[in-house]
Design a binder for this molecule. Structure first.
Ligand SMILES: Cc1cc2nc3c(=O)[nH]c(=O)nc-3n(C[C@H](O)[C@H](O)[C@H](O)COP(=O)(O)O)c2cc1C
Length: 261
């Protein structure tokens, strides 16, 4: 996988990992992850923390077989009652997920398959902050074998391992003619967002392209049944879109615009 070092490569091979090797994350990797989190926290206005060797957080999910050997966590802590911070959490934590993917680590966003209270006890949560969500992190089960797989094998698995809404559903607000006339960067952005994780795979975000302004917009589809985590999933989808589209920046918020550079 040596030649595949870009974030778009991570998007092409990332999948939710629910079974891990029992091995702890090695010290060097843990240190690098913690440093990445510190840097991203400064940009994001968040307080994400790496918690290693905390299997009590996943005792039930591991015992039921839903997860295997889950023991490490990125705890996503941020300002309480702040909708924009929740969107930023999705955007920036997914950025860390993609960096971890390139290092051969597996990840799983968790809203339900963890003991939130046990996780909160291990975190530093300042006054005015709350614990939003977690991301399990660790070496995927049989990871030596996993590392020997080719990029193409991993990408094929990503493309086929779960259902996805179609490009047309992701651009439900556009006509066929508008889709055909949209620039390549828009299509590439949407295709990267189609590979994004979302709570219960609800894929609650749609995109539109405005030819007059040459901008894209991202919208929460309130019929998708993802009301609890829609802001987080909006942030995740925007990050994937931005990486797929190449250069450009988003404005935060439902309906926020993307300016391609
Ligand atoms: C906010 C959020 C919460 C999630 N919570 C859980 C969870 O509690 N348990 C679980 O097994 N998967 C959870 N997932 C993982 C999704 O089920 C998964 O991302 C989705 O099915 C798409 O699959 P993929 O990540 O392999 O592309 C969550 C994902 C997100 C984004």
């Amino acid at each position: 996988m040596a030649e595949h070092t870009q974030l778009i490569d991570a998007i092409d091979i990332r999948t939710a990992v629910r079974a891990y090797d029992a091995e702890p994350i090695d010290d060097d990797t843990a240190r690098q992850l913690a440093m990445t989190l510190d840097a991203v926290n400064t940009l994001a206005g968040l307080h994400m923390q790496l918690l290693c060797d905390k299997p009590d957080v996943f005792a039930e999910a591991n015992a039921s077989g839903h997860l295997k050997h889950a023991a490490n966590l990125i705890a996503i802590v941020g300002p309480a009652n702040d909708t924009e911070a929740k969107e930023r959490a999705g955007f920036y934590a997914e950025r860390v997920v993609l960096a971890a993917t390139l290092r051969g680590l597996g990840t799983l966003w968790v809203a339900g398959s963890w003991d939130r209270e046990a996780a909160a006890k291990h975190c530093r949560i300042a006054r005015g902050e709350e614990l939003y969500l977690g991301v399990v992190i660790g070496y995927p089960e049989h990871h030596a074998e996993h590392l020997s797989k080719s990029f193409e094998e991993l990408a094929e698995y990503q493309r086929t391992h779960r259902p996805t809404k179609s490009f047309e559903q992701f651009t439900a607000g556009m006509s066929d003619a508008a889709r055909a006339a949209a620039p390549d960067w828009f299509r590439a952005g949407v295709e990267a967002a189609m590979k994004a994780p979302s709570a219960m795979n609800r894929q609650p975000i749609t995109f539109t392209y405005n030819p007059n302004a040459d901008t894209a917009a991202a919208h929460i589809d309130t019929t998708a049944g993802d009301e609890h985590w829609a802001l987080n999933d909006l942030g995740i989808a925007k990050l994937h879109f931005q990486i797929g589209a190449g250069q450009g920046d988003w404005a935060w918020g439902d309906g926020g615009l993307f300016l391609h550079k």
